[in-house]
Design a protein around this ligand. Sequence first.
Ligand SMILES: Cc1cc2nc3c(=O)[nH]c(=O)nc-3n(C[C@H](O)[C@H](O)[C@H](O)COP(=O)(O)OP(=O)(O)OC[C@H]3O[C@@H](n4cnc5c(N)ncnc54)[C@H](O)[C@@H]3O)c2cc1C
Length: 422
Amino acid sequence: MRHSDVLVVGAGMAGLMAAVTAAKSGASVSVLSEGAGVISIGSGAVDFLGYVNGKKITDNPFNHLSELGEMHPYNIIGAENIKNAFASLVEISNANGYEIKMNEEGLNHTAISIAGTTKPTYICSESNNASRILKAKKILFAGVEYLKDSQPALAVKQAKQYKIFADAEINSALLKSPFGKTHRVLNCLDLARYVDKEEGFNWLKSELSKAAAGYDAVIIPPICGTINYTKHFKELQNLGFILVEAVSIPPGVGGYRLRHALINEAKKLNVKFIENCNVQRAVIENGKCKSVIALHNNIAGALETEYTADNFIIATGGIIGNGIASTPDKVYETIFNITIDSPVSVEERSDKNVFGSHLFARFGVKVNSKLQALDSKGSPLYDNVFFAGNTIAGYDFPTEKSGYGVACSTGYTAALSALASK
Ligand SMILES: Cc1cc2nc3c(=O)[nH]c(=O)nc-3n(C[C@H](O)[C@H](O)[C@H](O)COP(=O)(O)OP(=O)(O)OC[C@H]3O[C@@H](n4cnc5c(N)ncnc54)[C@H](O)[C@@H]3O)c2cc1C
């Protein structure tokens, strides 16, 4: 049996942020996780709040928090915690090789996707910040041969529909693949890993130099490296044009870089990672969580292992992460078996419009300002258990563009609550 001051379940954005925040204050922290979380495949562009009620925000997102309603996680934890969490994330990431930043005026950045659409995001790397090319007159949208996810000719058609690009000439091109035709579909992470090596970096530099002649700006898929991204991107910026990495569908590479930075920091702080293990249930004694029981997936015939802690942070994600499960009979949180309010009819759980605001996206555990789960009367269920990220109810990250923002800020706040209850 292992004991920690703080035990975090889940190693996505919320769990990693919680683990690092708690460990920074000297607590002994363990992280139990089954998988790597959505952060490992996402774009790494940290969305805070891009839309409210379908309307795009053009001023500071903090001005719009009150429109989200008091049950939204941002309003439950408050603006101060959000600001401190974002500042801490930027500091951690920059200290660990992935340079990211906020807009100095407190506005959202514009990111451009691999499909030529634009999206508002709050914290991102310089390469993802497409606001830098809004004044460019001649832009090249470049893909890579056999990289199926990037179709630059289609992306150009899409980008030309935006007023912000109305005055620009935008063309497309394909960089020659370093691998030729591959036995399986090539993705952005394959290329980014290749670019980490000197040979791969030289390939990218040479292909870009040839393709970019005469252009003010070049947009490429996120392939400037994984662990060597910052060094490589800095060097590529000297080629004489503005280089932008589009945000991509999974694997988005930027999220992989961000995860790497957070894990680096956690390891410096002696956080213990126990991976490939599924937390099956919690042991409750006298209204408190005593331990969680985990099964190690990578050990054939493994027995259940008990992990005790003073405080627990549950950052197991929503329906995607497996923190919330939905069956025709009920919707529930998967470790404590907390019932989640939901319509009986499964049809009512989603919107007919596939890009609409789906009720299931808001499913989660109802919490108080300490992020403790609440019972039906509004009282905390367990004093020493705090929830973070997509496990929490009341927000719809795809339509709001608030995914990593809520995960980061609630992970940070859950750690503060756990430390305060020591
Ligand atoms: C494809 C995709 C792209 C996205 N892109 C962006 C983006 O560009 N910007 C943005 O801001 N947001 C984005 N989002 C949203 C954002 O990624 C999520 O809102 C956020 O990552 C949720 O983080 P989380 O830590 O709460 O959960 P998750 O990332 O889902 O992590 C859950 C963790 O808990 C673990 N876990 C679950 N159950 C158990 C268990 N029983 N035992 C042990 N471990 C368990 C999982 O293995 C995982 O480690 C995207 C989402 C998706 C699906």
